[in-house]
Ligand binder design. Structure first.
Ligand SMILES: [Zn+2]
Length: 114
């Protein structure tokens, strides 16, 4: 399962970061591209399951999905791809290429300062 592997790598990254912090990690913000088809609920569930017994137990995951971006072939404008209106937002042309999906990123970890 895709999500289980991601949950494991997130847990490893948060635990590594937590070693240099005095508090307990309570929340983490991550972002990923809309194409990665990550199931947020499945990811949170997988994370909860593997974090049991670690300092990350009970940590809240906040997942932000980045929109898909496209680049116009005529004017070079980079814009957010809208499925309902797939044209360049600057010159209105329909010749553009979709940019690679945003990678999964761990943006921020919140620690409980005690
Ligand atoms: Zn354009």
């Amino acid at each position: 399962m895709h999500e289980a592997a991601i949950a494991q790598s997130l847990l490893d990254a948060i635990l590594t970061e937590a070693q240099s912090q005095p508090g307990k990690p309570v929340a983490a913000k991550i972002s990923c591209g809309a194409f990665s088809a990550l199931n947020n609920e499945v990811l949170c569930f997988a994370f909860e399951a593997i974090s049991k017994g670690t300092p990350c137990e009970g940590l809240k995951l906040d997942i932000e999905q980045k929109p898909i971006q496209a680049k116009c072939k005529k004017c070079g404008e980079t814009f957010v791809f809208d499925l309902h209106r797939p044209v360049c937002t600057k010159c209105q042309c329909e010749e553009f290429e979709l940019l690679p999906d945003a990678p999964l990123l761990l943006n921020e970890i919140e620690f409980d300062e005690k």
